[in-house]
Write a protein that binds this ligand. Structure first.
Ligand code: NAD
Length: 374
């Protein structure tokens, strides 16, 4: 089988497979074609792909000749029209949100896999792109906050006086939040964190942060590790708790998301107005509406001396390692669909293959995506 790596849309620095991952794929008897320039944003020039054993091909050659097409950013619409039966697309398609894309994939009978909807089981952990990329985002968010904060993160006792450590609050202690806690702690900040899933209390505490407890959250363990929407009463209690801690914080990093839904708004304008001048808010949920009422996706806003950073594509700013992790996720997934002789073998009785498939033969396969259309 031939796997084709297509160049990402402008603004996306990552690439699905770095040269080192291409070499691993070639060992599995898969031929790899790469569109020139695909890895340049991730510090991986074409000659490294050639050394790894890939062949450079134009976008048209890849669209026509490859069996598996890979790109992080979704396919162009006119590409979907061109794909032939037997070809498959592997990407990060955000199908719980991008309904138009799903409709187009159905209409053109495309077989498409989206690694962001892989079931969250222990077997799938090594293929979970949301986790690997959230690790990048949590880390980078703290560094960005530290660079915008007009103060130190750690405590310093110097001849010029004592510097008190920064107070950091993390809202949403999932993968990104836990990484943000760990990174803030490494930089010497005092950290507290909040989440609706009580299960994370121990993890938060084991990283040296304080867990802010708000009683009465709906913690649905059947939601596959995800949070669920909360009652109005709980949300009001939570906003009050967030308010009380926010006004004492120097940095707030918000990561709270609910898959396929608008992110909960947890940090209100009135709270931000009472924060200390110079404080920094990083909102990682802005692509799904944002956790802070005042954040704007892709923008740094100065609101009365408070810096509010709305950023949902931090992984692209750490493109090399983000791509390394993505590539490992993709390779682990591809192990499920490559036969020993290197040919494509789609086994839909495997729950991970089935659960990651968005569309095939004009039907929606993933049950969560399907439920959006019924
Ligand atoms: P996410 O990005 O969907 O959400 C981030 C965090 O925000 C979550 O911890 C969520 O509980 C929290 N949140 C949502 N609404 C909130 C609210 N109103 N207030 C405060 N916090 C709120 O989640 P994620 O980080 O991708 O993953 C969540 C969990 O899923 C992980 O911690 C892990 O336990 C599990 N997980 C399992 C696997 C696997 O088994 N394959 C892989 C990844 C994650």
């Amino acid at each position: 089988m031939i796997t084709g790596i297509l160049k990402e849309k402008a603004g996306e620095n990552r690439v699905f497979l770095l040269p080192e991952t291409v070499a691993d794929l070639i060992k599995k008897k898969v031929e790899v074609w790469v569109e020139p320039g695909s890895g340049s944003g991730a510090s991986s020039p074409d000659d490294q792909y050639l050394q790894a054993g890939a062949v450079l091909k134009s976008v048209d050659e890849i669209l026509e000749g490859a069996d598996v097409l890979m790109r992080i950013t979704p396919p162009e619409n006119h590409w979907i029209e061109r794909l032939r039966s037997g070809q498959i697309w592997i990407g990060i398609l955000n199908p719980l949100v991008d309904k138009n894309l799903v409709e187009s994939l159905v209409a053109h009978h495309t077989t498409a896999f989206s690694l962001d909807i892989i079931p969250r089981t222990s077997r799938a952990q090594s293929m979970d792109v949301l986790s690997s990329q959230a690790t990048c985002a949590g880390y980078r968010a703290v560094l960005d906050a530290a660079m915008h904060l007009p103060a130190f993160f750690p405590m310093f006792m110097t001849a010029a006086g004592t510097i008190t450590p920064a107070k950091v609050m993390i809202i949403g202690a999932g993968v990104a939040g836990l990484q943000a806690i760990a990174t803030s702690r490494k930089l010497g900040a005092r950290v507290e964190a909040f989440d609706v899933r009580g299960a994370v209390k121990e993890e938060v505490e084991s990283l040296g942060a304080k867990f802010i407890q708000v009683e009465g959250a709906i913690d649905d363990r059947s939601a596959g590790g995800y949070a669920v929407e909360q009652s109005e009463e709980f949300q009001a209690k939570q906003r009050q708790a967030v308010h009380d801690h926010a006004v004492k914080s120097d940095v707030i990093i918000t990561t709270a998301q609910i898959p396929g839904k608008q992110a909960p708004v947890l940090l209100m304008k009135e709270t931000v107005e009472l924060m200390k001048p110079g404080s920094v808010i990083v909102d990682l949920a802005t692509s799904s509406g944002g956790n802070c009422e005042l954040s704007v996706d892709g923008k740094v806003v100065d609101y009365h001396g408070i810096t509010i950073i709305g950023q949902s594509d931090y992984p692209s700013t750490i493109a090399k390692d983000a791509s390394k992790m993505l590539g490992k996720n993709a390779l682990n997934f591809m192990n499920l669909i490559i036969a020993a002789n290197g040919s494509l073998n789609l086994n839909f009785s495997d729950e991970l293959v089935q659960g990651t498939c968005v569309t095939q033969d004009g039907s929606i396969i993933n049950s969560r995506v399907k439920s959006l259309f019924t």
